[in-house]
Design a protein around this ligand. Structure first.
Ligand code: DUC
Ligand code: ZN
Ligand code: ZN
Length: 482
């Protein structure tokens, strides 16, 4: 009898901790051996001269989701996971989004049904909470957390989703009681509204004015405010899609004070800029997302935040709305920026973009790349060590990279359901050539060979409880239990 179902031979294996030449033995979808000259396998993949990394964990993507403007994302669980796998990501964490008046449990059940039989790789699910009633926070959420939905996103802007500070405190207190992870979209709603009104009154409606309305100080203020709210409740938070210097400085300040504030950025803040929203005609809408990409001079600050450890993770914030009347042009090809669905695709190119500009340009090591793209998100959201590393006992979610391959990104080589990529023409070096999900090849040298239905739902554990923090005298109430 063979010892292994599959051996990956001769590659250089890199995890968040080490880079070592070794073979990987796989049985029943798991890694069962790491060593030299592993033999006696039913199948072998030769990875000589290649880099072998854990599959990426994209902990921020919107698929099969109705957006707050009533437009459905172009990707469902099939096209979303297909695109993910072709780009070296083997676990995605999209969102079951609650709109006001909806039961969270009903929303989650419906979302699970949408995933059934469709995914090519594994997925967990975050919640979006927009209606934190007593029933939701007292009954539904604790039950859902026990069932493996241990993280939720809350918004400080968007009419349909935003929480006020009092509601935010309620949600943070619930997270503290239950040990769950809160992800925050931090932008000051009233500031955005106030600027927007003035822009629209002056006839300034083009996509480029989206950046003016979603001003960096509005992101800075909201970031500071939610850090303060989390400090009062004494609960860890993770600020998602941090766009630039203003918010980064607040996060760094919080971290330097010992507050448990984590942060995620996204490729759009490294590779796109406000100039991309100022393209001819309506083209700028292709890069319209919130928070928006800032000026080009902002990009080095985001890289610095990655290099110095301010950021723990890089998610795609894949929110795919096609460039047609079913998506970006839902309200016409010249709609004001306020009527353009916010969001851009990026699931498939998240890893190649950051590998090329980050690892090959020597801004970060390959180990830090693995940490940002796979290990940390798996740890933060309770999927580690099953996901996010290559170790004996882990799922065999493994990606073989050709670090020499030069690729010009263009929509026709991607596998999502989109009709454009905001990264059209971007040149990268390094590309995932083989992707395995639980030991099964899903993507093989240009061919999708994975099957819908292979991907499974992953219940998430609670994140490791944070060490109790000494609190200043007079500030030591446990408000979450008051
Ligand atoms: N902003 C969000 O908050 N979510 C999806 C996409 C976007 O642009
Ligand atoms: Zn958001
Ligand atoms: Zn998002």
């Amino acid at each position: 009898m063979a010892d292994f179902d599959l051996v990956i031979k001769g590659g250089t294996v890199a995890t968040a901790a080490d880079t070592v030449p070794c073979d990987i033995g796989i049985r029943d979808g798991r890694v069962v051996a790491l060593g030299d000259s592993l033999k006696n396998a039913k199948e072998t993949i030769d990875a000589t001269g290649k880099l072998v990394l854990p599959g990426g964990v994209d902990s921020h993507c919107h698929i099969a989701q109705m957006g707050s403007m009533g437009v459905e994302t172009a990707d469902d669980f099939e096209s979303g996971t297909r695109s993910a796998a072709c780009g070296g990501t083997t676990t995605i964490i999209p969102f079951a989004a609650q709109y006001r008046g909806q039961s969270l449990r009903t929303v989650v059940d419906a979302y699970r049904k949408r995933a059934e039989g469709k995914a090519l790789c594994d997925y967990a699910i975050h919640l979006i909470i927009s209606d934190p009633t007593e029933q939701v926070l007292g009954q539904e959420l604790p039950g859902l957390i026990r069932d493996g939905y241990t993280s939720f996103k809350v918004y400080m802007t968007y009419d349909a989703l935003k929480l006020d500070d009092r509601q935010m405190l309620d949600v943070l207190a619930c997270a503290r009681r239950e040990g769950a992870m809160v992800m925050v979209h931090a932008e000051n709603h009233d500031v955005i509204k106030w600027i927007t009104e003035r822009l629209l009154n002056a006839g300034k409606i083009a996509p480029k004015y989206h950046v003016v309305a979603h001003a960096a100080p509005a992101e800075r203020e909201a970031t500071h405010r939610v850090i303060t709210l989390a400090e009062i409740v004494d609960v860890p938070i993770l600020i998602v899609h941090v766009s630039g210097r203003e918010a980064i400085e607040q996060i760094r300040w919080a971290q330097s004070r010992g507050l448990r504030v984590m942060a995620e950025t996204c490729p759009q803040y490294l590779f796109l800029s406000a100039e991309d929203l100022d393209k001819a005609g309506f083209e700028g809408a292709k890069c319209q997302c919130s928070p928006p990409p800032r000026g080009k001079e902002n990009q080095p600050f985001v890289w610095l935040g990655i290099e110095d450890g301010t950021f723990q993770t890089i998610g795609s914030d894949h929110a795919p709305y096609r460039y047609d009347e079913g998506g970006k042009m839902k309200n016409g090809p010249n709609a004001p920026f306020t009527k353009v669905p916010n969001g851009i695709p990026g699931l498939e190119v998240r890893m190649p973009l950051v590998f090329s500009e980050g690892v090959l340009k020597k801004r970060i090591t390959v180990n830090r790349f693995v940490s940002l793209m796979a290990t940390e998100p798996a740890k933060i959201y309770g999927l580690y060590p099953r996901k996010g590393t290559i170790a004996v006992g882990s799922d065999a979610d493994i990606v073989i990279w050709d670090t020499e391959r030069k690729v010009t990104i263009t929509q026709s080589i991607l596998h999502d359901n989109m009709n454009y990529t905001p990264y059209e023409g971007q040149k990268v070096q390094g590309w995932p050539i083989v992707t395995l999900s639980r030991g099964r090849v899903v993507w093989n040298d240009g061919k999708v060979v994975g099957k819908p239905g292979h991907g499974q739902f992953l219940p998430c554990a609670l994140p490791e409880p944070a060490k109790p923090r000494p609190r200043p005298a007079g500030f030591d109430y446990d408000f979450a239990r008051f």
